[in-house]
Write a protein that binds this ligand. Structure first.
Ligand SMILES: Nc1ncnc2c1ncn2[C@@H]1O[C@H](COP(=O)(O)OP(=O)(O)OP(=O)(O)O)[C@@H](O)[C@H]1O
Ligand SMILES: Cc1cn([C@H]2C[C@H](O)[C@@H](COP(=O)(O)O)O2)c(=O)[nH]c1=O
Length: 734
């Protein structure tokens, strides 16, 4: 079975779903089963973290200092095995049967978690914590290594995304569940004299149960059985120390990465302080286990919201600036958490803290992916991941210890008011100041717009100006995708359909739709082979500038539809993804060239590059001659761009037959037609419906339902493609 067949045939409904669609990967049954197991395991992990820290605090109750040290002990013991024996876990996982490793791992964790409230002592809590972590270190690489065998390669990125969101996203339900279980626990203690356990016993039993259910789920998953092939070692298993040393070398030489690493570590440190001291701080404010659950949940709600909405901000603001700014804002939010001595305000500021940290985290990861050269990207990711673990371990251990050493302090205010600032609040304050400083340093290190006022940039983002604009009149649709994806075919099909509805349509393309553009196209695709990537980017930008000013804008101003075969995303995908030029620089260049004009809808025809290139006939041009890896990067970049702004994209599987695709495209366009048709075109049979400015008038030879739409004269700049109008006004005068 071919890879593509695997990707669609495992989809139960039989409906083929684009590679970047989450539904597609979740319909693969074995992956779905493993995902459920991962969800249960992650839920159990977060619930365990909450319950164990809470229980450690209880068992050492009575003394502020020992309570904090007890909590620090749990957190440190949870992270230390990962830092010290991480590679060993991967090594062991590589030598065992995966299904049994997962099942036995879950059963052991079930027994250990259930034993903690039964034994009920601090020392057993510590021993069990280390054992649970050790088992998790073998369980996780087994799960990671199993995923690539369950999903096709082109769905692996989405599968990883789903896993990551599940791992971090389960923190919020875990926090809610913990709060709920803590409340039930209290009423059980009050109602039944035989239920005399601690306030988090119920959470620990429930937690144990999630692992037992996880074991039962995986036991049925025969697809993950077997030992991995030798040499199949996941990133998680690589030697942490080696990665850190290699990473340091690279980071020391690169200003951007230096700023990024400082920032990511700062963001983790800020989040770590809240996790490490949340329990103590909430207790200081008079909240119990339920209050702790609320603050923990607030942090992760903010984090999820920041990750979800962050990329939308990125469209307008330079990613590098956004990174430093949000980290600084996260630091300031932590300072606010420290200063407000009120649980409701603390929960609110914690949401803000989580949101800013979430944007920082996702921006940092995107920057690493986009701006670090392919050859060193893997090492940089490994380095950042190792460093975040170490930073988190250090902060989780140090914060409660620092808080414990500081102890309790009161501040006398006028009017005999005393504000109590305990060690936790003061440590929050210090953490906030440190995160703010980290943010400012990384902003300075990474700023890509020196001399341009930050306030101006931020204002522009909120006013929407720098994010580009959508034409008020007409409808602008772009077709994007790799070579031979079917863009021209579908652009013509759509134009014909729209014209049948009475719209005035201009179909155009990049590069080469204008006089100047034709020369540029020749130079770019059939000229000398040694064009530098920057020259290439500038030539494509020049074509866009001419295209937008002389063709696209005038047609839209008349209220008509413009369909372009390629636009800005092609530059970001080919020159950015393919050539590896800086994305943010290309965004700015394209924005400048096009005056910020954005398509109302971009139809991305997604296709494995092998299939697209096989469709292209004739002598390949300069870009078609690029190696397959180039075209694969281009494809990935197109998908990433679509994922940033899903509402403005229709991502379609271009392996489908022409007619099916055409129908899906019509469905995507139909909702946008309400406002189009003024000026030249009207909704049905308006003045533009049958006029000479219909570039694809069927009278010019279209067969009726074929691919072709209208004018069949060949465009000399694009052999095999029908001629397209130079300027609508000229066409109208003809
Ligand atoms: N859905 C499809 N299935 C199979 N073949 C198709 C499909 N769509 C288009 N084709 C064929 O693939 C070839 C390339 O199509 P088309 O020119 O529309 O693609 P394109 O994306 O515009 O290509 P390029 O990027 O090279 O300009 C043509 O021969 C066309 O008939
Ligand atoms: C607009 C634009 C295009 N390209 C590349 C993409 C293709 O390889 C060619 C155009 O050929 P087609 O047959 O007309 O699709 O140019 C690019 O690299 N950058 C761009 O901005």
């Amino acid at each position: 079975m071919s890879e593509h067949e695997r990707s669609t045939s495992t989809v139960e409904s039989g409906m083929s779903v684009p590679a970047n669609d989450i539904r597609g990967v979740l319909r693969i049954k074995p992956f779905r089963t493993l995902w459920i197991a991962l969800g249960l395991s992650s839920l159990g992990d977060w619930l365990g973290l909450l319950a164990l820290t809470a229980m450690a605090g209880q068992l050492a109750a009575g003394n502020y200092r020992t309570e904090n040290f007890a909590i620090a002990g749990v957190l440190l013991l949870r992270l230390l095995p990962a830092v010290v024996v991480g590679p060993l876990g991967g090594y062991i996982a590589d030598r065992l049967d995966r299904r049994w490793t997962l099942v036995v791992g879950d059963v052991i964790r079930f027994v250990l978690f259930a034993s903690i409230p039964i034994v009920g002592t601090l020392w057993w809590l510590y021993v069990a914590t280390v054992l649970i972590e050790a088992v998790s270190l073998i369980w996780l690489p087994s799960k990671d290594a199993a995923v690539p065998n369950l999903v096709p390669r082109d769905r692996l990125a989405v599968a990883n995304q789903v896993s990551m969101v599940t791992t971090y996203g389960s923190a919020l339900p875990a926090a809610l569940l913990f709060t709920f279980l803590a409340l039930i626990n209290s009423s059980l203690i009050r109602t039944f004299h035989w239920f005399n356990g601690g306030s988090v016993d119920l959470a620990l039993y429930f937690n144990a149960l999630t692992f037992l259910v996880g074991a039962l789920v995986v036991a049925r998953l025969h697809e993950v059985s077997g030992r991995p092939a030798s040499g199949e070692i996941t990133e998680e298993q690589t030697n942490v120390l080696k990665a850190v040393i290699e990473g340091w070398r690279f980071v020391a030489q690169n200003r951007l990465i230096r700023g990024l690493v400082i920032g990511v570590v700062g963001a983790f440190a800020a989040g770590g302080v809240v996790i490490g001291l949340g329990r103590t701080y909430v207790t200081d404010l008079g909240g119990g286990a339920a209050g702790y659950g609320v603050v923990f949940g607030a942090l992760f709600t903010g984090l999820a919201a920041g990750m979800a909405v962050g990329p939308r901000f990125l469209v307008g603001l330079s990613r590098r600036r956004m990174f430093g700014l949000t980290l600084t804002a996260a630091g300031l939010s932590l300072i606010a958490v420290a200063l407000f001595q009120n649980l409701v305000l603390v929960a609110f500021c914690t949401v803000l803290l989580g949101a800013f940290a979430g944007i920082t985290w996702i921006t940092g990861y995107t920057l690493l992916g986009l701006e670090v050269e392919d050859s060193i990207r893997g090492r940089t990711f490994a380095f950042v991941q190792s460093l975040t673990k170490i930073a988190l371990a250090a902060v989780l251990a140090a914060a409660p210890a620092i808080a414990g050493s500081i102890g309790a302090h009161g501040v006398e205010l006028p009017g005999k008011v005393t504000l109590t600032y305990n060690g936790a609040a003061i440590t929050f304050l210090l953490g906030g100041i440190a995160a703010t400083a980290f943010g400012l340093v990384s902003f300075r290190q990474m700023d890509d717009r020196p001399g341009v006022s930050v306030l101006r940039d931020v204002r522009a983002v909120f006013s929407g100006h720098d994010r580009g604009f959508y034409a008020d009149t007409g409808l602008f649709i772009a077709f994007e995708g790799g070579e031979g994806a079917g863009k021209s075919t579908q652009a013509r099909r759509l134009a014909r359909w729209l014209e049948d509805q009475g719209h005035t349509v201009t179909v155009t393309h990049e590069p080469g739709a204008t006089d100047i553009g034709r020369d540029l196209r020749h130079l770019l695709l059939h000229g000398a082979s040694g064009i530098s990537p920057r020259t290439e980017a500038l030539l494509y930008a020049a074509d866009k500038a001419e295209h937008v000013d002389s063709m696209i804008k005038p047609v839209l101003a008349e209220g008509a539809v413009v369909i372009t075969d390629r636009y800005v995303d092609s530059a970001l995908a080919y020159q950015g993804g393919g050539r590896d030029l800086s994305q943010s620089e290309l965004v700015r260049l394209s924005r400048w060239a096009t005056g910020g004009l954005r398509p109302h809808l971009t139809v991305l025809l997604d296709l494995p590059p092998e299939a697209g290139l096989a469709r292209v006939d004739g002598t390949p041009d300069r870009l078609e001659r690029e190696p397959l890896e180039f075209h694969s990067r281009v494809r990935q970049q197109f998908l990433d761009l679509a994922a940033l702004d899903p509402e403005r994209y229709a991502v379609l599987d271009a392996t489908q037959p022409v007619d099916e695709l055409a129908a899906q495209i019509r469905n995507a366009v139909r909702p946008l037609l309400g406002g189009v048709g003024g000026g030249v075109g009207s909704e049905v049979g308006g003045p533009g419906a049958g006029g000479v400015d219909r570039p694809y008038d069927r009278r010019d030879g279209d067969s009726g339902d074929g691919d072709g739409g209208g004018d069949q004269r060949e465009d000399p700049s694009r052999p095999g493609q029908p001629v397209q109008p130079q300027r609508p006004s000229e066409e109208a005068q003809a």
